[in-house]
Write a protein that binds this ligand. Structure first.
Ligand code: HEC
Ligand code: HEC
Length: 318
């Protein structure tokens, strides 16, 4: 009898402690941003509660994935490579084909996408409203039950905090530190007329926020036709959103189809696209002729790209 009493007493103490812990954690969540951060790792937003946004947008890999195609709830690979969700605040379009035009609009799409989280939005809202912690948090922060609108607002608010401006390149541009000789040669190449990277990768996040065809469509082995699927404009065949290049050293593999494993491969590709892809259609005219980069120039360009990594993603081996 006494044993049972002791057992029950310690069990209830344990339950009390656990729930106090929960309450403590949710007490710290007082803003849309903090709520969005919690939701970003929330697996109940997927049909079988196995996948969250962070399963594919892995925080320690600059919020990208490490494989060409990510795996969603049904074990089916995604159709395109998972991009980083850092530095999204100033982007006018989202997804490789630009099919969403705000983070709010974007954020509910992966929840219902059958290749990703596969949960109807109404069901997601129901699940959150049934969950005492979320019910309390949405009440505290929005003074409302969970709705599509405030759920999207929380995701977007969190994503807008994911700006990275503390790289070696930023130190250089703030006159705090010089680049080393190779990085500096790479920088000059990057902005110069020989490599032409700056034609498309410019502004503070190294993107023109436009759609370009760099030669990765031939209607054969490369048959994702990109932007044209959304715009229905012939000139958009094979165009994809120019990705920003901040933290690019951390987000391999590269391109909408993850076809290049390293930055060295990417630079080899730009140097002579026709060595990698035959019969490319509608390639941008900036890339029709081989660039003629020397071995040293290729190395320098890669060295420059590596200066765009925010210090929080530095790893021993980089
Ligand atoms: C199964 C993997 C997977 C999951 C889960 C996932 N994503 Fe994605 N995400 C992707 C892929 C793949 C793309 C690119 C798809 C495309 O462009 O067609 C993408 C694109 C994005 C983009 C656009 C980035 C850009 O450069 O335009 C944002 C923002 C984003 N996801 C946020 C989220 C949020 C928020 C969640 C959770 C609600 C989420 N993702 C869940 C794989 C995933
Ligand atoms: C004509 C515009 C254009 C030019 C010039 C250009 N890029 Fe790109 N870049 C793009 C587009 C568009 C993509 C995405 C293409 C795709 O996935 O099909 C891309 C992708 C990349 C990626 C992969 C990023 C990722 O997250 O997957 C890297 C790295 C890159 N470019 C570096 C460079 C460098 C270095 C140069 C100069 C040698 C350069 N780019 C020149 C438009 C351009």
């Amino acid at each position: 009898m006494r044993k049972i009493f002791l057992f029950i007493a310690s069990l209830s103490a344990f339950i009390l402690l656990v729930s106090a812990g929960f309450n403590d954690q949710s007490k710290k969540i007082n803003t849309k941003e903090a709520l969005g951060k919690k939701l970003f790792s929330e697996k109940i937003l997927s049909l079988d509660s196995t996948v969250s946004c962070a399963s594919c947008h892995i925080p320690s890999y600059a919020f990208a994935d490490t494989v060409a195609f990510s795996i969603g709830i049904n074990g089916i690979p995604t159709k395109r490579n998972t991009p980083s969700v850092l530095n999204m605040k100033n982007r006018p379009y989202f997804f490789w084909d630009g099919r969403a035009s705000s983070l709010e609009e974007q954020s509910l799409m992966p929840i219902k996408n059958p290749d990703e989280m596969g949960l109807p939005i109404e069901e997601a809202i129901k699940r959150l409203n049934k969950n005492p912690i979320y019910r309390q948090l949405f009440k505290k922060i929005f003074n409302q039950p969970v709705t599509e609108k405030n759920l999207a607002a929380a995701f977007a608010a969190f994503e807008k905090t994911l700006e990275t401006v503390d790289s070696k390149f930023d130190d250089w541009s703030n006159n705090i530190k010089n680049l080393n000789a190779s990085e500096e040669r790479g920088r000059l190449l990057f902005i110069g007329s020989k490599a032409k990277c700056f034609d498309c990768h410019f502004m503070e996040d190294f993107t023109n926020d436009d759609f370009k065809n760099i030669g990765l469509f031939n209607g054969e082995d490369l048959n994702d036709s990109g932007r044209i699927l959304i715009s229905r404009e012939k000139t958009d065949l094979g165009k994809f959103k120019t990705p920003g290049l901040r933290n690019v050293a951390v987000t391999a593999p590269y391109m909408h189809n993850g076809m290049f494993a390293t930055l060295e491969d990417v630079v080899e590709y730009y140097n002579e696209p026709s060595r990698f892809v035959s019969n490319a259609e509608n390639t941008d005219k900036a890339l029709l002729k081989p660039l003629g980069l020397t071995a040293r120039e290729k190395k320098d360009l890669v060295a420059f790209l590596k200066t765009l990594t925010d210090k929080k993603f530095y790893r021993k081996k980089m």
